[in-house]
Design a protein around this ligand. Sequence first.
Ligand code: AQP
Length: 334
Amino acid sequence: KNRIFSGAQPSGSMHLGNYLGAFRNWAKLQDDYECIYCVVDLHAITVWQDPQELIRQTREAAAAYIASGVDPKRSVLFNQSQVAAHGELAWVFNCVARIGWLNRMTQFKDKAGKNREKASAGLFVYPNLMAADILAYKASHVPVGEDQKQHLELTRDIAMKFNNDYGREVFPLVEPVIQKEGARIMSLRDGSKKMSKSDPSDASRLNLTDDADSIARKIRKAKTDPHPLPDSVADLAERPEANNLLGIYAALSDQSLEKTLAEFGGTDFAPFKKALVDLAVAKLSPITQEMSRLMNDPAEIDAILSEGADRAAALALPVMEEVRETVGFLGRRA
Ligand code: AQP
């Protein structure tokens, strides 16, 4: 079986975008791949995280994966900081990747903003850690959203340069698993921004921990435009908010945008939003409930993550031995 690696940062509340764009797919991929799913806490601290919150959010992320259908028995599920190979291989890759490559990463520019000089060095070398996450397991496939494509390209460049520099085919060239269109969920307050954990406005996203009342309130208040819903997909091009809400409906109901428009085209936003509230509550409440059950007993999640970390470390062990030998790191005698 081909091997998948993927992860999400425990840097805030997990939201509908994470679910529709990632977790739900991860669950499906378990049928066809050997899957490694990681809560990437090392990545999270590239921007400041309160230590107690980081622990809570790490558990919450793991709970979100499980509640979305990731099975910790079939898949390897753990948090990144428990497996030393990630940090170790990232250092080697810091010495393989070129500064010029990293300078071209658009996500760094977006996240660092104007104050580049004040961003952490970790945020700059983040793509090298991501390459290490994937290659420590010699994963062959990575499910990526549009925003991560550039980083995956960098992972391939790093693998290629490493193999080339050392004259050995140590690392595979990972392939993206392209997700279906419409997986990009936008902010409820601004149809041009993606729904994001780090958006200061809680009303901009549906958190997977939101109760039915909050979901209803946020959808009712979601930004719209003054026109009725259009009849055709082409007419959605200039209407980002309508496009987003219809896209969410389509994704949650597992039907096409065309079919959704056939149902709601020509109607006002109000009745559509009512239907969307009902659908969102019906689909998300089992996830919210399962997450809350899991969060009530952190010992269970912690045990799952530790056991997953043991399995992950065992998978990374031979790869790291090969890396050390290839690079010329003198080892302890057995
Ligand atoms: N809005 C989104 N629509 C579709 N997919 C999304 N993902 C995130 N937001 C959306 C997918 O979720 C996975 C985990 O993401 P991440 O935690 O690594 O970080 P991110 O992509 O940077 O997510 P956020 O919420 O926007 O976090 P912040 O605000 O911290 O940057 C990924 O597969 C991602 O594509």
